[in-house]
Design a protein. Structure first.
Length: 154
């Protein structure tokens, strides 16, 4: 959420070099939509609320921040479900891919890696588009304690 808040407006809809039909808006929206997909696959059957996906081509920054807050709470609920079930996210009928082990450490690591990949893309693309993020913003991505405190107060 911090990165989405801090992005220069000029990069939100800029065409991505080499992929002219994609934008940073679409990558950021994909993070939320991927969360929703996993919540539907792994959590819906167990009573976890699945937020609505966003239209990656039209979502506003404000709408995405609200949506990311909702999917963050869903992801937290999914991990809590796994912890409460002895460290394993309970199996669900929708999970047919079966390539991700459902122990909480693997599930958490997968989600962190997926989102880190896209945050890295966004930071790199902003730079390539001539809008290098300040050291305060880029460094702020690593200030996890501060970001956690901000989440609790919002």
């Amino acid at each position: 959420m911090y990165l989405v808040e801090q992005l220069p407006a000029a990069v939100w809809d800029a065409e991505i070099p080499g992929a002219p039909r994609r934008t940073i808006r679409m990558i950021a929206g994909h993070i939320h939509n991927a969360r929703c997909s996993w919540l539907k696959t792994l959590g819906l059957e167990h009573g976890i609320h699945v937020p609505a996906s966003v239209d990656r081509r039209k979502v506003t920054r404000r709408q995405l921040l609200v949506a990311l807050g909702r999917s963050s709470r869903g992801m937290e609920a999914l991990l809590t479900l796994g912890l409460d079930a002895g460290g394993l996210v309970p199996p669900s009928k929708r999970y047919v891919w079966r390539n991700l082990p459902l122990d909480v450490p693997h599930v958490l690591t997968y989600f962190v890696a997926h989102e880190a990949h896209h945050r890295g893309q966004i930071v790199m693309l902003a730079r390539q588009l001539g809008h290098r993020l300040s050291n305060d913003v880029a460094g702020g991505l690593w200030e996890w304690n501060r970001r956690a405190r901000e989440t609790k107060t919002s």
